[in-house]
Design a protein around this ligand. Structure first.
Ligand SMILES: *[C@@H]1O[C@H](CO)[C@@H](O)[C@H](O)[C@H]1NC(C)=O
Ligand SMILES: *[C@@H]1O[C@H](CO)[C@@H](O)[C@H](O)[C@H]1NC(C)=O
Ligand SMILES: *[C@@H]1O[C@H](CO)[C@@H](O)[C@H](O)[C@H]1NC(C)=O
Ligand SMILES: *[C@@H]1O[C@H](CO)[C@@H](O)[C@H](O)[C@H]1NC(C)=O
Ligand SMILES: *[C@@H]1O[C@H](CO)[C@@H](O)[C@H](O)[C@H]1NC(C)=O
Ligand SMILES: *[C@@H]1O[C@H](CO)[C@@H](O)[C@H](O)[C@H]1NC(C)=O
Ligand SMILES: *[C@@H]1O[C@H](CO)[C@@H](O)[C@H](O)[C@H]1NC(C)=O
Length: 920
């Protein structure tokens, strides 16, 4: 028995020794006494650097974690107590603070106090149970090299803290366009279908997020569960390598609604508010191919959320892969009910693996003088008063500082009397435009008195009883509001400036051996009494000062006030937003493409080049023409949009590069070129199998269906054509060139310049310039006609004497019942006529002159699937043609000699437009 225990202990030691702690982790054991590594492999350090507060030990039944046996508490006064953590700027972190009261003060009064991150109020900590750990988490983008967590404003008991944890993120899961102005405050992070009540965290989660088990029972946490909800799990690996999606262990369990629905209700602390809310799905059941799992989100009272359909396997591009749809900004109530409901055509009920909800917490940028005061305090690393940390003004001012009550306060007084300060008076103190009172008396300051004209609001200056030398600066006389000036008992010399002597102020300069005033009055305090002449002079000075302050005030409000946030915004734009997607360096792209050597196509917005990354991955690199985007912001917005679109029938967006004025988008490389080439060449063999053409049509339609129905807001492609349908190694089709257009709902951006390619362009759109999903349907109808006939959309030869357009030509034949006339001879009668008819009818519906008469893309998908079913039913020997064809194409050598992948963009001319049906 003892041996076994020793072996186990040894194993635990070995496991923890072999775990390398993640970089960017800080785990502070507040009130602790030494370093240690816990059972999870996290390295804890005591908070020895904290010079304030008192350590306490507590003992709680069943709580063995060492970090929860100690805490640090602080006096309940009106100041704040801050921990300062070193971070890397422009890096995202998780910050977690936890509190276990344990009756440390033997009063059994549950404390209530505030916690802030810098100047931003984070949370009110309200202890409601002596034995339960309370914790709070934020996701933040560090904008400076330190983060300060401060406790203040105890309304009951004394503020205290048990642990403070910092975890550095690596990717961009938590990127939002708001992150320069908002933190994310955790409201829920749930592991559904969990196998025990234990949370999943480090080392399962490399970022040590805590995924709470859905089997935990507490008030208003995951109640109203739908009947038929079952827990499932798998031991199969789930692919989670990208970014910060939940760890495998979380994704390996899920709940499924066997009766068609999943429903839950939970309270969201801190809400109502605006939330970042994401759900995580992975298909972890082995469904037979005939089964589908499609469902919609249901939020009672909010029907708009039910629009997109989730089809986990398709969205995630396979089983055991993660799909993470969510909302970047959604308003949620405190009592939050939600569910998922299967669609009518789905054979299985919904699945849910994990969920995360954060509340947007507006950042308070704090005092405008924060940087100046921080660098001033940094001159005194030994002094207690200089270690208070956080913002000088918020949420409570430093003990030696007083601030104005603005939302971005200014420092109005500095009180550092008798602090034993040495050296010269720091120039930082002359850069505080709001400063009214400066008390530096009773120190050992040496050197000259600096020029305080940067502090035009100064009224009271106490510099007495120091060792200041040199002359009194004449600029002191220019301070328009000066009321009292004390410089007695220093080592000043020279003449007292005339201006000062003439000012109506309290002025004491006695006790300076070398300093000579005009008057030899023995009274140390000289009040200048005004003679008639003096009064006249004063009036002039006053008027001059008034004018000069007015001018200064103007400058001050113009320059100083808005710069701080504006600066933050611009640096955010150029450096931070770019983390959304993988960023390639220009040299990496140049190496990969051998300096843009091999052009493989040109499409909307730019030219496409072939590339091969250092790791062997083949890529398609689109070099955007310079005028494609108005500016950096627009480009980054597009990149952000692209990186959110995932579907197995859409070409995968891999990242971007932006350097030296070049805007570059990087996509997966599609080995088999375009559909256009496979219908008419050059470079690829013609597809002669009708079912293969149908499968390509189905793939493409599903990609479009995702853009139209699975994205919120809806995305309209605007340039569908056979050269934008690409084929991968396995001859599966994916739609390309999507997303480089504004989402549909953004009405203001639907440009009045018609975009599209002649032959595919919806005539109704051209005339009305009103873009809808139905314009894509028109273009897709043209593609279906190409698949049937093999012809290109515009031709001088193929469509007879008076017709150059495939739509008019096909319509006249099909409507007169002569379908044979339009079928591609290359198909060699190897098709079922009924199946071709089905597609021909669908195509004719798609190219109806009015959008309203055209079907939706989901209806088109259904028609294509029916045509496939007809074709397969009659040819049982070809039950899995996709696999057959993919094996064949993988066996033969892949033709890498890439010809032009895409058509050049046409400009629509009036002549060409006349060829469009409906316009003649
Ligand atoms: C201190 O807490 C009380 C009660 O929570 C709150 O009303 C008050 O606004 C807080 N004061 C500050 C300065 O935050
Ligand atoms: C963080 O990123 C680096 C470089 O991209 C990678 O090597 C490392 O594995 C990542 N860590 C995690 C936990 O994803
Ligand atoms: C989880 O804890 C609850 C009590 O909070 C208990 O009733 C339940 O059985 C536990 N579930 C598991 C799976 O351990
Ligand atoms: C759930 O479905 C099962 C099987 O279809 C059925 O027996 C059961 O009554 C259903 N439960 C509810 C509450 O609808
Ligand atoms: C979210 O949307 C609301 C309403 O449209 C808007 O007021 C708010 O600024 C947005 N952003 C955040 C972070 O709340
Ligand atoms: C699904 O079925 C229900 C009940 O039969 C019906 O009310 C609803 O309209 C159907 N929805 C769709 C999208 O067909
Ligand atoms: C003042 O500072 C000096 C050296 O900087 C130190 O020796 C002395 O003890 C300090 N006096 C007080 C009262 O802090």
């Amino acid at each position: 028995m003892g041996d076994l225990r020793r072996v186990l202990l040894l194993q635990i030691l070995l496991v923890s020794a072999s775990k390398a702690q993640m970089p960017g982790f800080i785990s502070l054991d507040c009130g602790g006494s030494g370093e240690f590594t816990d059972d999870l492999g996290l390295d804890w350090t005591p908070d020895n650097k904290m010079i304030y507060g008192t350590k306490a030990s507590i003992s709680i039944p069943n709580e063995n974690r060492r970090q929860y046996t100690t805490l640090r508490y602080f006096p309940a006064d009106n100041r704040k107590y801050c921990y300062t953590l070193n971070v890397r700027t422009r890096t995202r972190y998780l910050i977690r603070a936890s509190f276990l009261y344990g009756d440390f003060d033997k009063s059994n009064v549950f404390p209530e106090f505030d916690m802030s991150l810098g100047a931003t109020p984070w949370s009110t900590i309200l202890i409601s149970d002596a034995y339960t750990v309370e914790s709070e988490e934020l996701v933040v983008l560090a904008s400076s090299p330190t983060l300060s967590v401060c406790l203040s404003n105890a309304t009951i008991g004394q503020p205290f803290i048990s642990t403070l944890e910092l975890r550095q993120f690596n990717g961009s899961m938590y990127y939002t366009t708001y992150e320069a102005e908002f933190f994310l405050s955790l409201a829920a992070r749930i592991n559904f279908g969990a196998e025990s009540n234990d949370s999943v965290r480090y080392p399962d989660d490399p970022f040590d997020r805590i995924w709470e088990s859905d089997s935990v029972k507490r008030a208003n946490f995951l109640v109203d569960v739908a009947p038929g909800t079952e827990r499932i799990s798998t031991k199969m690996p789930v692919f989670v390598s990208t970014g910060e999606i939940p760890p495998e262990k979380v994704m390996q369990t899920a709940v499924v609604g066997q009766n068609g629905s999943l429903t839950y209700r939970l309270d969201l602390a801190g809400f109502p508010g605006n939330a970042w809310a994401f759900s995580y799905f992975a298909e972890i059941e082995d469904l037979p191919p005939s089964e589908t799992r499609k469902f919609k989100l249901v939020i009672p009272g909010m029907p708009a959320f039910s629009k997109p359909t989730v089809n986990v396997q398709e969205n995630a591009q396979g089983k055991y892969r993660v799909y993470e749809p969510g909302y970047y900004n959604v308003t949620l109530p405190f009592i939050f009910s939600f569910g998922f409901k299967k669609t009518n055509d789905s054979s299985r009920g919904p699945i849910l693996n994990a969920l995360e909800i954060y509340k947007y917490l507006q950042i308070n940028f704090g005092s405008q003088d924060a940087t100046i005061l921080a660098s001033f305090a940094a001159h005194y690393p030994e002094a207690d008063w200089a270690q208070e940390g956080g913002d000088p003004c918020l949420p409570a001012a430093w003990t030696w500082v007083q601030c104005s009550s603005d939302s971005q306060p200014r420092v109005v007084s500095l009180i550092l009397s008798g602090k034993n300060l040495t050296g010269t008076i720091s120039l930082e103190l002359t850069k505080l435009p709001g400063l009214v009172k400066l008390d530096l008396d009773g120190n050992s300051f040496t050197g000259q008195i600096p020029d305080f004209s940067g502090c035009p609001n100064l009224e009271y200056i106490h510099l007495e009883n120091n060792e200041l030398s040199g002359a009194l600066p004449s600029t002191l006389a220019d301070l328009p509001n000066l009321k009292e000036l004390y410089v007695q008992n220093n080592k000043l010399s020279g003449r007292v400036p005339q201006g000062l002597l003439k000012k109506n102020i309290i002025f004491n300069y006695s006790g300076n051996m070398g300093l000579h005033g005009k008057s030899n009055s023995s009274n140390h305090t000289i009040i200048i009494l005004c003679s008639v002449i003096g009064a006249a002079l004063l009036l002039i000075v006053a008027v001059a000062c008034f004018l000069c302050t007015r001018k200064k005030k103007k400058n001050y409000s113009k320059e100083n006030v808005p710069t701080a946030p504006a600066k933050k915004l611009s640096s955010y734009l150029s450096e931070v937003a770019t983390e959304t997607a993988h960023r390639y360096s220009l040299s990496e792209i140049e190496d990969a493409t051998m300096k843009f050597e091999r052009r493989i196509g040109s499409g909307g917005f730019g030219i496409v080049y072939y590339g091969k990354l250092a790791d062997g991955k083949e890529i398609a690199v689109k070099l955007l023409t310079n005028d494609s985007f108005q500016g950096i912001r627009e480009f980054l917005n597009e990149v952000t949009l692209l990186s959110r679109i995932h579907h197995r029938n859409l070409v995968t967006f891999l990242g971007y590069s932006q350097q030296d004025g070049k805007n570059i988008l990087v996509y997966e490389f599609m080995h088999n070129g375009t559909l256009k080439e496979h219908l008419r060449g050059p470079g690829h063999e013609k597809i002669v199998s009708w079912i293969k053409r149908l499968e390509i049509a189905e793939d493409a339609a599903k990609g479009i269906e995702y853009l139209h129905t699975g994205c919120s807001p809806t995305i309209i492609h605007r340039d569908l054509k056979s050269s934008n349908i690409l084929l991968d190694k396995n001859m599966r089709a994916k739609v390309s060139d999507f997303g480089l257009s504004k989402p549909a709902v953004d009405g203001s951006h639907i440009s009045s310049i018609v975009r599209g390619t002649v032959g595919y362009l919806d005539p109704e759109y051209y005339i009305s310039q009103q873009l809808t999903e139905k314009s894509d349907i028109y273009s897709f109808g043209v593609i279906l006609l190409e698949l049937i006939s093999g012809h290109e959309p515009i031709s001088n030869e193929n469509f007879g004497i008076n017709c150059r357009n495939i739509v008019a030509w096909a319509r006249s034949h099909i409507e007169s019942g002569n379908i044979q006339a339009v079928i591609d001879p290359a198909l060699q009668d190897d098709y079922d006529m009924q199946s071709v008819w089905k597609i021909a009818e669908t195509a004719i519906m798609c190219v109806k002159p009015q959008g309203l008469q055209r079907p939706t893309i989901s209806e088109v998908v259904k028609d294509i699937q029916e045509a496939i079913a007809i074709e397969r039913r009659l040819q049982p020997d070809r039950e899995f043609p996709a696999e057959m064809i993919s094996k064949k194409s993988m066996g033969s050598s892949v033709n890498l000699d890439l010809a032009d992948m895409a058509n050049s963009e046409h400009n629509v001319t009036f002549d060409e437009l006349l060829m469009q049906p409906g316009l003649r």
